[in-house]
Design a binder for this molecule. Structure first.
Ligand code: DGP
Length: 114
């Protein structure tokens, strides 16, 4: 989608520290990390929010979680643990309107989240 920063990262138009990429998803380090490891896993196709997810998109969301699992393992986070979270709309804290799974690790996570 034109004017979507994450579409531009997925296409390589805007640089990012990409840690994983396949035909369905791309993952790159967050510009404003909230943990020692903070990676965003995004679908290559533009889906604005979780509210916009269609039944036909469910496979790509599964791929996002599979990629997050593999990246967590590659980053050495699997055994200690890590957090995955997807924010939705303003009250959920979403600021970029192309769905993304935050993968956070390398420190103790708190609950409930802020
Ligand atoms: P959220 O608030 O859930 O929509 O998270 C958006 C995240 O995206 C936020 O943690 C900062 C990150 N971010 C925004 N713009 C860029 C960018 O251009 N590059 C990278 N690597 N991360 C970005």
């Amino acid at each position: 989608m034109e004017d979507c920063i994450f579409c531009k990262i997925a296409s390589g138009e805007i640089p990012a520290d990409v840690v994983y990429s396949d035909d369905q998803v791309t993952a790159f380090r967050d510009l404003n990390p909230q943990a020692p490891t903070h990676i965003l896993v995004i679908p290559r196709c533009h889906i604005a929010t979780l509210n916009d997810l269609q039944p036909s998109d469910e496979a790509v969301v599964g791929r996002m979680y599979g990629a997050a699992r593999d990246i967590a393992s590659a980053e050495g986070l699997a055994e200690a643990g890590y957090r995955t979270v997807m924010n939705c709309n303003e009250a959920g804290g979403q600021t970029v309107f192309h769905i993304h799974l935050h993968l956070l690790g390398g420190r103790m996570m708190h609950w409930p989240p802020g």
